[in-house]
Ligand binder design. Structure first.
Ligand SMILES: Cc1cc2nc3c(=O)[nH]c(=O)nc-3n(C[C@H](O)[C@H](O)[C@H](O)COP(=O)(O)OP(=O)(O)OC[C@H]3O[C@@H](n4cnc5c(N)ncnc54)[C@H](O)[C@@H]3O)c2cc1C
Ligand SMILES: NC(=O)c1ccc[n+]([C@@H]2O[C@H](COP(=O)([O-])OP(=O)(O)OC[C@H]3O[C@@H](n4cnc5c(N)ncnc54)[C@H](O)[C@@H]3O)[C@@H](O)[C@H]2O)c1
Length: 490
């Protein structure tokens, strides 16, 4: 098919059963794959079994950040003499929860459906399953079934769900997952948080600030184990100061909740017990690929789908199957999934147009290179932890010759102005052979908005000698860059 024929079919009606591109899952990533496919002259439909907008809009990024933002605003004011006198009260939990609910549009997806309409992407409601090459069977909410065929590509954008360990009593204990932790309409009296990753750390901070007694049970040695060690250390220190208990080197062995209105008792690996009103398991994610008909196209149901840098699933005959966002397990982050969607949409468009050679070289238009080199992440705890690229340990594991340059951020005038007694730390990891940065981490109040400067430096592979000419304004926290470079250059 030529590109103009594909364009002619962009007005696919809800009744159409053939599209250039079929997207399974209308989370942030699926929406963007469909929009990009359409922008590349292809007709596109997305199939969604729950809410258009996906996990991110209703049970992940948006509600969690809406829960955390009031805590951060209050903490910022409290750290500034003169302003702190004006904010002696505590958070209004009901108002925080109401604002969170507003950010989820009360779990209604009308606004997102309007957006799909505005970008001329069709929507089908129902559960989709692959049914052989290029075919997708939809089971609609009324039980009827319908089969769609894709001319060029099917993109699996079905995201991930919470992974729960197989522990005695876990089902009867009705634990919270990230869904309940972001959607709860009440503040529990006592909350046990199992897992010291990003969800565990953020939700412990949020619910502690809203008044819950929080105990974190972390089986490893520290929080946020994927970041530089000082990130988890500073966040744990602050959580403890805020009145939470952070217990490391301990795991849950079994759970007991005698009835729904009674507390849950956790039996711990150190022989102790912990009683709580709710227990959140923030113990990682698994892909939503178990009931997707993957076996009909030679893939393993329930697996993360392994893709190449255009997000095309490896080893599928004909090269028509893509997996984008959480479903491919490369980087479980909305912004990274949307980046992959832009890359995959361009690759699908180019292949449909018969472009003979795609730009799949490093940093090419059809290669999600940043997934390997420059993934940014902000953990919205207090203090915030923000990082991009490799930790010093990751870099060494990759065989790079690196130097880690560290700085106490309180030494920077802008940071001292931002908060009295500013506590934070920064690290840049320099590849000594190329003299470029391969990783940067900032931990401290207000660092989230600093991260993109580091992402530009890492993804742009800006030489250290040129960064020297990127002058940060005085007196901003960004002067951390100047201090890091001065320390490096000596
Ligand atoms: C508590 C929490 C907080 C987070 N905070 C952040 C953050 O601050 N920043 C950030 O970048 N990332 C954050 N993340 C990660 C982020 O939520 C995910 O990376 C993102 O949602 C992935 O988008 P996706 O479109 O791939 O999948 P999802 O958002 O999971 O969407 C997948 C969609 O597919 C649908 N679906 C699944 N199977 C089928 C099927 N068979 N048929 C039809 N539809 C189907 C689902 O119903 C869903 O709507 C957070 C995650 C959690 C758990
Ligand atoms: N602000 C953000 O960007 C943000 C916020 C939340 C989540 N996310 C994304 O969501 C993903 C999932 O987050 P997560 O915190 O669920 O996963 P995670 O992989 O970050 O952390 C899970 C933690 O649970 C521990 N764990 C696993 N099984 C356990 C068990 N049986 N007992 C005790 N501990 C156990 C692991 O060792 C790990 O430290 C992350 O990869 C992250 O990218 C991002």
């Amino acid at each position: 098919m030529t590109r103009s024929e594909a364009t002619a079919s962009t007005t696919g009606t809800p009744e159409a059963d053939e599209y250039d591109v079929i997207v399974i899952g209308a989370g942030p990533v699926g929406e963007n794959v469909a929009e990009r496919a359409h922008a590349n002259g292809l007709s596109a439909v997305v199939v969604e079994t729950e809410l258009v907008g996906g996990e991110c809009s209703y049970w992940a990024c948006m509600p969690s950040k809406a829960l955390l933002r009031p805590m951060a605003a209050l903490a910022d004011a409290r750290r500034v003499e003169g302003a702190s006198q004006a904010v002696r009260g505590s958070l209004d939990a009901d108002a925080v929860l109401a604002r969170r609910t507003a950010f989820t549009s009360d779990w209604q997806d009308g606004g997102q459906v309007d957006w799909l309409d505005s970008v001329a992407v069709d929507l089908r409601r129902g559960r989709a399953r692959l049914d052989g090459p290029r075919r997708v069977k939809i089971e609609a909410p009324d039980g009827s079934t319908h089969t769609l065929t894709a001319r060029h590509a099917v993109a699996v954008c079905t995201g991930s769900r919470a992974a729960l360990p197989d522990l005695p009593g876990i089902e009867e204990a009705r634990p919270w997952t990230s869904r309940e932790a972001t959607a709860s309409k009440e503040v529990p009296g006592r909350l046990a948080v199992v897992g010291g990753g990003v969800v565990g750390a953020e939700m412990a901070v949020a619910w502690r600030a809203l008044g819950a007694e929080v105990t974190m049970l972390v089986r490893g040695e520290r929080l946020l184990p994927r970041m530089e060690p000082f990130a988890g250390e500073l966040v744990a220190e602050a959580l403890t100061e805020a009145g939470a208990e952070v217990r490391t080197g301990v795991s849950v062995e079994s759970l007991r909740r005698p009835s729904t209105d009674r507390p849950v008792t956790l039996a711990l690996s150190d022989g102790g017990q912990l009683e709580a009103d709710e227990v959140l398991f923030a113990t990682g994610r698994r892909p939503r690929t178990e009931d997707l008909g993957l076996e009909t196209v030679g893939c393993e149901p329930g697996s993360w789908l392994t893709v190449d840098d255009t997000c095309r699933v490896k080893d599928v005959h004909g090269g028509w199957l893509y997996a984008v966002g959480d479903a491919n397990g490369r980087a479980l982050l909305t912004h990274q999934g949307k980046y992959q969607a832009r890359i995959a949409g361009a690759a699908i468009g180019a292949r449909a147009a018969g472009v003979p050679l795609l730009e799949t070289d490093r940093w090419g238009a059809h290669a999600a290179t940043a997934d390997h080199e420059a993934v940014p992440q902000v953990v919205f705890t207090d203090p915030e932890a923000a990082s991009v690229g490799l930790t010093a340990e990751d870099a060494e594991r990759r065989g790079l010759r690196v130097r880690a340059v560290d700085l106490e951020m309180g030494e920077v005038a802008g940071a001292a102005l931002y908060a009295d007694g500013y506590r934070g730390r920064a690290r840049m990891v320099v590849d000594l052979d190329r003299e470029v940065l391969v990783g940067v981490t900032f931990v401290g109040p207000g660092v989230s908005e600093l991260l993109h400067s580091a992402t530009v430096a890492v993804a742009g592979e800006v030489p250290v000698e040129r960064l020297w000419h990127a002058v940060p304004s005085y007196p901003t926290i960004s002067e951390v860059w100047l201090r890091l470079l001065e320390t490096y250059r000596g």
